[in-house]
Design a protein around this ligand. Structure first.
Ligand SMILES: NC(=O)c1ccc[n+]([C@@H]2O[C@H](COP(=O)([O-])OP(=O)(O)OC[C@H]3O[C@@H](n4cnc5c(N)ncnc54)[C@H](O)[C@@H]3O)[C@@H](O)[C@H]2O)c1
Length: 338
């Protein structure tokens, strides 16, 4: 096992800083390259004093090539977070271009890297990354992930608050996408008939809290941003899980991720034919090459089917918006690709 280079794009931000701190502690990372807009050298200098083996370097936007070269994994929490009253989709105009430019840098400098997208709206930014990589002929669906882990982390916390007998580490399956109605918690999967112990009002309230948990943080921070610390925890859990599989060869590591369904055509063909979706968040088992298996959508309750029915059209709109952002710009300005 040889430790690898991991790049954090947007490392000076609210998520980027604590995420970098958490990753600095991993033996699986030899080099943490921190990319900021002007520079992330202050954050890098600070972290470099922590006595772990991982080397830390800081880079500005004009040093994107050197930051990305040789990267095994690139994590993207770059962009603008929500303010009160904004949906994740409202961020599209601001973040789509940032994510596109970073994906261009990845295609050029580290086309084989695993790409982990945190920047919102994830439902659209992941298709943006995939389209850019496709346009360069380097797209591998097994290597691009939208991090929806925070929805799972929140679901586990909220379920445990409703029923303290359920340990907060209990995994809740959350599928769909990463915004509002596209977040579909499958509470019927929880053991001991948890879902049957809830009244309809309680089930509605819990489901709504999982779907809109991010709003609680946006409101509480009063305009100073969205979830950063819980997101850094979720992002680190996802990144380290992926490294455990891809670098250390650990098997059986499963996380929910918003992925291109071609990453496992066999297990997703029927779902894709039924829904017409190319992207969806499902439980994913990691392997050496990224996605080793996408777990099939389990049997859902009638209540959950109604949630899925509401999620699918919204997801289709979000996906089309992301893909069109790249295909339209290529069609209108072909010289930009030269
Ligand atoms: N996936 C999730 O569950 C989840 C959860 C919370 C937040 N988010 C999203 O993560 C993103 C970051 O949130 P935050 O709170 O850290 O925001 P932030 O504003 O605190 O930090 C973002 C950082 O990105 C930097 N940046 C912008 N463009 C860049 C570029 N081209 N290259 C490198 N760095 C660049 C900014 O300068 C800033 O330092 C937002 O889009 C937010 O909506 C996602």
């Amino acid at each position: 096992m040889s430790p690898v280079k991991v790049v954090i794009c947007g490392a000076a931000g609210g998520i980027g800083q604590p995420l970098s701190l958490l990753l600095k502690q991993s033996d699986l990372i030899a080099h943490l390259a921190l990319l900021g807009v002007v520079t992330a050298s202050g954050i890098a200098a600070d972290l470099s004093h922590i006595n772990t083996k991982c080397k830390v370097t800081g880079h500005g936007k004009d040093q994107i090539d050197e930051a990305l070269q040789g990267a095994h994994t690139v994590v993207i929490p770059a962009g603008v977070p929500r303010k009160p009253g904004m949906t994740r989709d409202d961020l599209f105009k601001l973040n789509a271009g940032i994510v596109r430019d970073l994906a261009e840098g990845i295609a050029k400098n580290c086309p084989k890297a695993f790409v982990l997208v945190i920047s919102n709206p994830v439902n659209s930014t992941v298709p943006i990354v995939c389209q850019v990589l496709k346009s360069h002929g380097v797209f591998n669906p097994s290597k691009v992930f939208g991090i929806s882990t925070l929805d799972v982390v929140r679901a586990s916390s909220f379920v445990s608050e409703v029923n303290p007998a359920i340990d907060p580490s209990t995994r809740v399956t959350v599928v769909g996408g990463h915004s509002g109605v596209t977040i579909v918690p499958l509470l019927s999967q929880l053991p001991n008939n948890f879902v049957d112990s809830l009244s309809r009002d309680q089930l509605d309230a819990l489901t709504h809290r999982i779907q809109y948990g991010g709003d609680e943080v946006v409101k509480a921070k009063k305009g100073a941003g969205s979830a950063t610390l819980s997101m850094a925890y979720a992002g680190a859990r996802f990144t380290l899980g992926l490294l455990q599989a891809t670098v250390a060869g650990k098997t059986g590591v499963v996380e929910s991720a918003y992925v291109h369904l071609d990453a496992d055509k066999e297990n997703t063909a029927a779902f894709k034919a039924k829904t017409g979706l190319d992207y969806f968040a499902l439980d994913v088992e990691f392997g050496r090459e990224g996605v080793s298996r996408i777990l099939k959508l389990p049997k859902v309750s009638r209540y959950e089917q109604a949630l899925l029915d509401a999620a699918i059209p919204e997801l289709k709109t979000n996906i089309a918006k992301g893909a069109a952002f790249i295909t339209d710009s290529v069609a209108h300005w072909p010289e930009a690709r030269l």
